[in-house]
Design a protein. Sequence first.
Length: 405
Amino acid sequence: MSGMRTYGMRTLVCRGVFFCAALLPTLAVAAWSTWRATSDASQYYADQIAYQLGGHVAIDDVEYLAPGSYRLIGMRLCDAENDGPLLETTAVTIDFAPTLDHRDATFTSVTLESATLHHERIGELWLMLHPRMLRQRDFPPRPIELTCPELELVGRDGTQRLHNVRFYMQQLEQGPQLRVEFHLANGQLGSAVYPITIEISRVASSTSPVTRVVLHTHGQPFPCHLLTGDLAWISRLGDLVQFEGTANMYHEHEGWSGSLNGTFSGLDLDRLAHPNQQPSISGPATCQVRSANWSRGVLNYLNANVSAGPGIVATDTIHHAVDRWNCRLLPDADVPGSQVRYEELRAEVHLLRDEKLRIYGVCEEHPETVLRTLHGPLLRQPAAPLSDIRMSLPAAARAILAELP
């Protein structure tokens, strides 16, 4: 009986020695190898993404889900020059899957989880991605479909959320084509039937490449700051300006051409009239563009309605409207001091193909009135069309026409 105990004890001791001497080092080496492989994988994918997109990329961890499918944990995309944050996401799932049309071909499916985009750096992000997306015939090597259930835009003025974001890009024979669509998350707008869509395509040519941009808002107010990267003139319209309608633009070597119809809301008239100077006019402003078209940076036709107020207008701005826009100040109008409170600014603006600008005052209950106060009309419409439009426009507006769109 004691012999059996001795044998059992000896067996237990031998197994313990074997475990300590053989298995533990093996497990330690395996654990170290796994940690090293994961670390190397994180750096490998970070380097690959940085090479494709530009900027600096950091990844916390990598999970392999299946052959051709993996998950990047804690990915951050930063500016390569100053390391400023551009895009952050909790996780990115990347999967190579067959397309519906060609089972033997593949497209890259990318899903972002809890993504955050820094509002003030959207322009930098687009300027970084633009040459890679639209000026390289080998990018992407296969079609890419990127989805994000919720994208959070973080900025100084607060947070805005976009729902059901979808990005699709592919290389066609004539050049790259990409499409972005999303819903706004402002109340019931998030459940709109049709998403806001932006389609960008480039026809590569050795003589005159053309980039085309088509925007359809489908009844939702599109936040224009999302386009400030490639269309810097939009920032002159105000930080909160939104557009609802359709725009069709294309860019050639000579400049931008295109057409649009829709409504701009949240316009900053003060910034448009006198940027970086003393305040000249305040109050919420809206511009309804019934039709507009331009060619190579020159505005050819415009039919629009501008309305604003109530707010404050500087007396210098009133006199500017009289001197440069030929508006008529009522003889008995009282404009004491440096500013006047106005109740309504409303005008029809027509630019016809004869290059003459016509302004019609359409304030309610006051025919031919462009600007009125509580006491009645203050400015009447010009008596005749303006022929020298560009000299009559404020500096900021002339700069916009020079860049135009």
